[in-house]
Design a binder for this molecule. Structure first.
Ligand code: PLP
Length: 393
């Protein structure tokens, strides 16, 4: 079995991060990693805030937030006037759910690839309003056409008040044909919320080209922003109806200020986020994307080979542009979320490698990412040591 060559490393990239050099950081997907230059930019903003808090909050902060939002929206190909900064994707999803005016008899449709916390939010909103949550099963290997057909068959016109789909799924690293799904949902008059937590920085698709009613993505994963930076984009027909979770002083200013201004918070993560884009652009956006995707694919092949998974059985539900890759674990391993968490912790402690272990529909998967700070050797070392650790169950 031959493994393809890894991509050329990006020289010096590791030094841009404060990551512990004794650990292989192969799970950029969960919480990202903030480059040192971006951390410094945020610290400078905090210094400014602490030098005169009153001036910082009362003189120009709303405008600075608006300026940052326009910059980030421009990068993502989103409508700057139709976008609002929020703390994270989870918050953006909650804002949308509670603005939908769901009632008894309504239904929220999602898929079994959805993110756990988003599913919990859907359940709570349904419980609160008397609506029901319905989850569509989608086979991991479903083609785009099959997936769109499953969604088409699953929509119940007049009843499905919201369809929630991921752009790139967390547990299964599957890329959904979101623009086509939005097209089908529109034919049925169903609004769509796209959970794009992993898209900014990794995927080149513009937000506008998807055309969803609601789209929310994190800049604190693949766009190197400080944690607490996400963008929620809302189609024109919804902007007057969307309500913040917390009512504060900008409530009467309408969208997007009323969503963004959430009283006294530390807004420096947002203001420093353009420094993350600067880092990405300095390294070369296309180069970073190509490197990360190729390295993740390399890691999948080496670790897959060590676990005796034939290349044909290594899933590729994201395609060549995705920097998250899955390797199936032996049957019975990580069959539940608790077992997956325990194995992930064990790999971190025993092998000095941070990875994601996923449990999806009763089977266990290792999820590896590629980033500019990673090198082929880190996946190779994991491949050498992982089989023995799994055998110790
Ligand atoms: C698909 C998906 N949705 C939502 C989230 C939640 O992101 P956050 O914790 O930043 O709200 C994640 C986080 O990994 C995710 O992968």
């Amino acid at each position: 079995m031959s493994v393809p060559q890894p991509p050329e490393p990006i020289p010096g990239a590791r030094l841009l991060f404060s990551l512990d050099p004794a650990v292989s950081h192969l799970n950029h997907g969960s919480f990202g990693a903030v480059p040192i230059g971006v951390q410094r930019a945020q610290q400078r903003l905090r210094d400014e805030m602490e030098s005169n808090p009153l001036r910082f909050f009362t003189k120009g902060l709303v405008d600075r937030i608006a300026h940052t939002r326009r910059h980030l929206a421009g990068f993502l190909g989103a409508d700057p006037d139709g976008s609002a900064l929020v703390g994270n994707t989870t918050t953006g999803v909650a804002v949308v759910l509670q603005s939908m005016g769901l009632r008894a008899g309504d239904e929220v449709l999602s898929t079994d690839h959805g993110y756990g916390a988003v599913s919990l939010a859907i359940h709570r909103e349904c419980r609160r309003t008397g609506a029901v949550s319905r989850v569509l099963p989608i086979p991991l290997a479903a083609t785009d056409d099959q997936l769109v057909q499953i969604v088409r068959d699953g929509l119940r016109p007049g009843r499905t008040r919201l369809l929630v789909v991921d752009q790139l799924t967390s547990a299964t690293a599957k890329l959904f044909p979101t623009a086509a799904i939005v097209g089908v949902a529109r034919e049925h008059g169903t609004p769509v919320l796209v959970d794009a937590a992993h898209a900014p920085g990794m995927l080149a698709t513009t937000v506008a080209s998807i055309g969803a009613d609601f789209w929310v993505g994190n800049l604190h994963k693949w766009a190197y922003a400080p944690r607490g930076t996400a963008l929620l984009t809302v189609a024109p027909q919804w902007r007057d109806r969307i309500e913040p979770l917390v009512v504060s002083w900008e409530q009467e200013s309408g969208f997007p200020a009323r969503i963004e201004w959430q009283a006294t918070l530390d807004y420096t993560s947002w203001l420093a986020a353009p420094a993350g884009l600067f880092t990405l652009r300095s390294l070369g956006l296309d180069r970073v994307r190509a490197h990360n995707a190729a390295l993740a694919a390399y890691g999948q092949r080496v670790v897959g080979e060590a676990l005796k998974v034939p290349p044909a059985e290594l899933p590729d539900p994201g395609g060549p542009g995705v920097s998250l890759r899955l390797i199936p674990l032996p049957a019975g391993t990580a069959a539940t979320i608790d077992a997956a968490r325990a194995l992930q912790a064990r790999i971190g402690e025993r092998l000095a490698a941070e990875v994601a272990v996923m449990s999806w529909n009763g089977s266990g998967w290792l999820r590896l990412t590629g980033q500019v700070y990673n090198v082929a050797d880190e996946y190779e070392r994991l491949a050498v040591r992982l089989p023995a650790l799994l055998a110790q169950r």
